[in-house]
Design a protein around this ligand. Structure first.
Ligand code: COA
Ligand code: AMP
Length: 635
């Protein structure tokens, strides 16, 4: 166990959170200082910085311009897929954000209104997010790789006044037209926005404003050109900044709420203490603004810090090759970079000797951070040996918004142990529990839980659904937040995260729900019932696999191949290509408990070549025996 700065900070954060986070709050400029650091008057609903008034956009932009950083680059946009680059200084980004905030305001967007942002990795996505923050509107960014059904579910729940989108995104293999997907989502959704703003991209311009819609459609340029810049609107620390939907086990995504005050304080603190990035440093996060890593560490944390962020519209490989990250790091002189382990596995697969690195001056690179899925020891060892810099795993979730466990490079760098994201970050009282809610001894696996209250910046609730928040996270262990991950803590206090204990999938660092993939499969007319399981994959960590039982009368012999193809296509069309469902098996039956619960975990264990734990409540064990030959890797 660390006895240094980390131990002291962690201890204080748990025993005296008011002193700890009260001090951290000075990293943010407030319109009105908070009166109460931690409001614990209504457990299990805890609120941070009650009474505080601030504006997140002011802290991310205006403040730095006022303090002399107006000419410093705030954002480097680097897009190998379009062959463009652009740099925006803090002054320029502020100017654009203020104008687009004015454009949103002119469409009637006010404090508290929701704005859905469905965009690829373009600077306008960042502008739209910050513009919402500026006027106190609540953005809800939807990952561009999600198809209509996923987008519709988010629109339905968030009820946006305005949707901001783009005509297309660009994947190395194809141009992805967004407008038809957005139209498809709006057709499905009972909620219609008042306006849709579309950024036209030359690779595939969209038809805008020509159809007879229930809403007004216009291009970004149209609304932006005439807009008067908008000022920052002060909001309560506890007012929502954004809602980010994430996959649960059911098809209905969870709207993770992020408040303004706790978020700004926690991210600012994390940048210096976890990632060792300060004002003026250049920082490169290769993720997507549609995921939490993109929200926190492409957009908000670096800008709240006065650092320079790199917005990269490309892939680790194929744009044009496995040297893409090294080119970006050396071109912008990045002090650190952050991505998901899968990205490094992709590079390793193409350039395991690191030959492509040699042409680049990487002397600026001090640290590589990886998160989003388990960092397997092989990938860790490889990255460390080819790069020669610390490769730092950090564990967190959309719900927390910033790391739960990490090696705190700015506060107290510790020895790294392969397979562990190191120690609990200050603010998180991480414990491993058994089924009776007792802490297990060091080295013993169990459910990873966090004792309440969660620190600032984490979810205070789910969007308009306190009940689901409690049911999903707080009901299993009284007084604890259930992470959904299993793992252990060793004698030195290092946390090991082994994987989800529920049916959430993590495919190439992308979080997906079995429920929404199942809903797409179940919609096929030939399917009677189905299940989706996540099986271990050397490259993507996990990939989904579908198992379907056909309706009586459907001829599996004659039509099986066609049905399988159609099912794979349905999932691409409904959930998105990002679901990466390639394999669907037609089976005679699915194993269930006597109460009808499908035994996904048991099937997953079979598919991963493990000895499955078969619950005593299984309805018919012969179903499982028959499935074994289909599921077993050698089968
Ligand atoms: N819009 C539209 N389609 C998208 C998309 C997007 N934003 N992102 C991915 N897709 C598509 C891909 O084109 C691919 O389509 P295909 O089946 O037609 O080839 C499919 O979704 C699967 O994508 P992905 O799982 O990303 O696999 P890949 O083989 O294209 O790329 C990696 C593999 C490793 C390069 C990629 O997954 C990656 O960069 N991962 C990093 C993970 C990451 O950023 N995680 C975020 C949290 S940190
Ligand atoms: P997301 O909400 O998309 O960030 O996904 C969160 C989930 O990803 C966690 O619950 C973990 O299962 C997994 N995860 C994220 N980071 C790590 C990590 N560093 N090590 C192990 N698992 C991780």
């Amino acid at each position: 166990m660390s006895t240094g700065a980390h131990a002291a900070a962690h201890k204080q954060s748990i025993t005296d959170p008011t002193a700890f986070w009260g001090a951290a709050a000075s990293g943010i400029e407030w319109v009105t200082e908070p009166t109460t650091v931690l409001d614990d008057s209504n457990p299990p609903f805890y609120r941070w910085f009650r009474g505080g008034v601030l504006n997140t956009c002011f802290n991310a932009l205006d403040r730095h311009v006022r303090d002399g950083r107006g000419d410093q680059p705030a954002l480097h946009y680097d897009s190998p897929v379009t062959g463009t680059t652009a740099t925006f200084t803090y002054g320029e980004l502020l100017e654009r954000v203020a104008r687009f905030a004015g454009a949103l305001a002119s469409l009637g967007v006010e404090k508290g209104d929701r704005v859905v942002v469905y965009m690829p990795m373009v600077p306008e996505a960042v502008v739209a997010m910050l513009a919402c923050a500026r006027i106190g509107a609540v953005h809800s960014v939807v990952f561009g790789g999600f198809a209509p059904a996923e987008l519709a579910a988010r629109i339905e729940d968030a009820e946006p006044k305005v949707i901001v989108s783009a005509s297309c995104g660009i994947e190395p293999s194809r141009v992805v037209e967004y407008k038809p997907m957005l139209d498809g989502a709006l057709d499905r959704s009972s909620h219609k926005p008042e306006s849709v703003i579309v950024l036209q991209r030359p690779q595939a311009p969209a038809e805008v404003g020509v159809r007879d819609t229930e809403w007004e459609e216009m291009t970004w340029d149209e609304v932006d050109a005439d807009a008067e810049p908008a000022d920052c609107v002060p909001v309560e620390a506890t007012d929502p900044l954004y809602v980010l939907y994430t996959s649960g086990t059911t098809g209905r995504p969870k709207g993770i709420v992020r408040d303004n005050g706790g978020h700004a304080v926690a991210l600012r603190w994390s940048m210096e203490n976890v990632y060792d990035i300060g004002p003026g440093d250049v920082w490169f996060t290769a993720s997507d603004v549609g995921w939490v890593v993109g929200h926190s560490y492409i957009v908000y944390a670096p800008l709240l810090t006065g650092a320079t962020t790199v917005l990269y519209e490309g892939k680790p490989v194929g744009t044009p090759d496995a040297s893409a990250f090294w080119r970006v790091v050396s071109q912008y002189r990045c002090k650190a970079m952050f991505t998901a382990p899968t990205a490094y596995r992709a590079i390793k697969r193409e350039d395991s000797a690191g030959e492509l690195m040699k042409g680049y001056d990487l002397s600026c690179l001090e640290t590589v951070f990886l998160a989003g899925e388990r960092l397997d020891p092989d990938t860790y060892e490889w990255a460390t040996s080819v790069l020669g810099v610390p490769v730092v795993d950090n564990w967190w979730q959309t719900e927390t918004g910033w790391p739960i466990a990490a090696n705190l490079r700015g506060l107290d760098p510790m020895p790294i142990k392969a397979g562990s994201p190191s120690v609990p970050v200050p603010g998180y009282d991480v414990q491993v529990l058994d089924e009776s809610a007792h802490q297990v001894p060091p080295g013993t696996e169990g459910a990873i839980a966090i004792r309440l209250p969660l620190p600032p910046g984490t979810l205070p609730t789910l969007w308009q659904d306190d009940e689901r928040y409690v049911a999903s996270y707080l009901s299993v262990y009284d007084g604890y937040y259930l992470t959904g991950d299993g793992g252990m803590i060793d004698e030195d206090g290092y946390v090991y995260v082994m994987g989800r204990t529920d049916d959430v999938l993590n495919v190439a660092g992308h979080r997906l729900s079995t429920g929404s993939i199942e809903a797409a499969l179940a919609g096929h007319p030939a399917v009677a019932e189905c299940a989706v399981i996540g099986v271990t994959d050397d490259f993507k960590g996990q990939v989904p696999r579908g198992l379907v039982v056909l309706k009586g009368g459907v001829d599996a012999e004659a039509d099986g191949e066609r049905i399988r193809r159609e099912l794979v296509q349905r999932v691409r069309d409904e959930v998105g290509a990002v679901a990466s469902l390639k394999q669907v098996d037609i089976v005679g039956g699915l194993p269930k408990t006597r109460s009808g619960k499908i035994l996904r975990k048991t099937m997953r264990e079979l598919a991963d070549g493990k000895t499955p734990v078969v619950p005593g409540t299984i309805e018919d064990v012969s179903v499982l025996d028959r499935l074994a030959s289909v599921l077993r890797p050698e089968g």
